[in-house]
Design a protein around this ligand. Structure first.
Ligand SMILES: NC(=O)c1ccc[n+]([C@@H]2O[C@H](COP(=O)([O-])OP(=O)(O)OC[C@H]3O[C@@H](n4cnc5c(N)ncnc54)[C@H](OP(=O)(O)O)[C@@H]3O)[C@@H](O)[C@H]2O)c1
Length: 269
């Protein structure tokens, strides 16, 4: 299937590693020009150069800390200056501490919303004027299945994700008439550095070994394993394309059918 992404201009946040890197690579492999954002300049530039070498598509690395509004504004302005337009925004830069209510401080809760929710709001706000001027735009928000499948151990990410999901659907309601469409992708556990950190925290909080903690999530997923970043990227690349043009204002879980209550009961057990 030709996704028709050749020549499209995409911005992927949190693109230096993990799921964002796989998405940036997937879009570039389909012929899109891809801007990549994250905080650590050296890692970002290495990733952008590797994707360009592998795919031949133009890439552009722009360091930005998306907890800051001015960075989101500068990022989007730089992408439009470099490529002339912005067709696709993939909001992906996010992180929030897992853990139970007894361990989470006010600062943890605020940090969870600051990047994972407000970071997405900031980038959408910066991109909208350009997409309106173009008469078209696509936003794919990488969120997380704990926004719709709650777990007591993921309450801070879950709250930030639920906010992001509400935001995605609300934006779709407002901007569809201008041909700017929004969709949320809700992964379950995906094999990235962030997941490794969550497993370490689970082991610490539950006083179990790393090996045991690593088995909890796969046991809660009927398929019996966690996802690879490329599996999430394939879905996002399709959703970013015009082939998915009527998919708007909705959310897609990509979690192998994970059952969070089962995961919680395994933790309790
Ligand atoms: N992995 C999972 O199991 C999983 C499950 C569900 C949902 N998700 C969601 O999927 C997304 C990607 O997760 P991942 O596991 O691929 O994460 P990851 O491997 O930790 O990568 C995070 C990316 O975001 C960048 N980043 C972090 N803080 C940033 C900031 N303040 N401003 C700009 N960029 C920032 C990082 O680079 P720098 O540190 O250099 O900035 C990196 O490029 C996140 O939104 C996450 O919540 C992940």
């Amino acid at each position: 299937m030709d996704l028709g992404l050749r020549g499209r201009i995409a911005l992927v946040t949190g693109a230096s590693k993990g799921i964002g890197k796989a998405i940036a690579r997937g879009l570039a492999a389909e012929g899109a020009s891809v801007a990549l954002a994250a905080r650590t300049q050296s890692e970002l530039e290495t990733t952008a150069a590797a994707i360009h070498a592998e795919t031949g598509s133009p890439t552009f690395a722009f360091p930005a800390d998306l907890t800051r509004s001015e960075d989101a504004d500068r990022l989007v302005a730089a992408v439009v200056e470099r490529f002339g337009r912005l067709d696709i925004l993939v909001n992906n830069a996010g992180a929030a501490r897992g853990g139970v209510i007894e361990r989470l401080t006010d600062e943890d809760w605020e940090a969870a919303l600051q990047l994972k929710f407000l970071g997405y709001v900031r980038c959408v706000r910066a991109a909208l004027p350009h997409m309106r001027r173009q008469g078209k735009g696509r936003v794919v928000n990488l969120i997380g299945n704990d926004g719709v499948k709650p777990s007591y151990w993921e309450i801070a990410p879950g709250a930030a994700n639920a906010a992001g999901q509400n935001f995605t659907l609300s934006m779709a309601g407002q901007w569809g008439k201008e041909n700017i469409t929004f969709v949320a992708v809700n992964p379950g556990p995906v094999r990235t550095e962030r997941w490794d950190g969550l497993v370490r925290a689970m082991a610490r909080d539950m006083h179990i070994s790393l090996e045991e903690a690593g088995k909890l999530a796969p046991r809660s997923i009927p398929i019996g394993r966690i996802a690879e970043p490329e599996e999430v990227a394939d879905l996002v690349v399709f959703l970013a394309s015009d082939r998915a043009s009527f998919i708007n204002g909705t959310m897609i879980e990509i979690d192998g059918g994970q059952q969070k209550p089962l995961m919680d009961s395994l933790r309790n057990g």
